[in-house]
Design a protein around this ligand. Sequence first.
Ligand SMILES: *[C@@H]1O[C@H](CO)[C@@H](O)[C@H](O)[C@H]1NC(C)=O
Ligand SMILES: *[C@@H]1O[C@H](CO)[C@@H](O)[C@H](O)[C@H]1NC(C)=O
Ligand SMILES: *[C@@H]1O[C@H](CO)[C@@H](O)[C@H](O)[C@H]1NC(C)=O
Ligand SMILES: CC(=O)N[C@H]1CO[C@H](CO)[C@@H](O)[C@@H]1O
Length: 140
Amino acid sequence: MRLALVLASLVAAAFGQSIEIGAPSPGTTVSAGSNITISVFKPNSLTGSTEVGLVLALNPCRNNTCYAPTEVLGNVLYSGAWQPDYSQPAGALPPHQNFTVQVPEGLESGPAVLSASHMVLIGAGPAPDMECVNITVNVA
Ligand SMILES: *[C@@H]1O[C@H](CO)[C@@H](O)[C@H](O)[C@H]1NC(C)=O
Ligand SMILES: *[C@@H]1O[C@H](CO)[C@@H](O)[C@H](O)[C@H]1NC(C)=O
Ligand SMILES: *[C@@H]1O[C@H](CO)[C@@H](O)[C@H](O)[C@H]1NC(C)=O
Ligand SMILES: CC(=O)N[C@H]1CO[C@H](CO)[C@@H](O)[C@@H]1O
């Protein structure tokens, strides 16, 4: 069981399953109450993998402490299916999907952790994998 999980993450690492927040860029200032576009990249990989779901979340840092999204997500901006796809023309960006989400009204200003977490099934097994990436943005 544990070995299977280790193998799954090795497979994930080896085949570059890692997703990436392509936009906004780290340090971008976003306004509370405004709509922003979050672009989630899923770099191309050799293994067959099936995306199960994606969660986008924004959590203001408090007391100069930014919390790890694996412990606390904060405001969930999107939760559901996703289907990364090539842009037209292909090649400009890795497979990705753009999500327009609203920064919550009245969100406290200052740094906040923007995270993207996904669950994916890898390979023919398939093996389950959960991954969470984050950037810091500035809420104004
Ligand atoms: C943000 O998007 C939602 C739905 O996509 C829309 O109803 C709302 O008017 C938009 N708000 C702004 C400020 O553009
Ligand atoms: C956070 O800040 C508040 C107000 O300054 C303080 O009362 C509290 O103890 C702080 N919490 C931590 C965990 O530092
Ligand atoms: C997603 O947004 C980026 C940046 O604005 C854009 O270049 C790309 O074409 C968009 N992708 C899709 C599928 O609309
Ligand atoms: C708050 C938090 O967990 N931040 C993490 C975001 O991701 C980077 C790696 O890209 C980590 O180093 C941070 O700790």
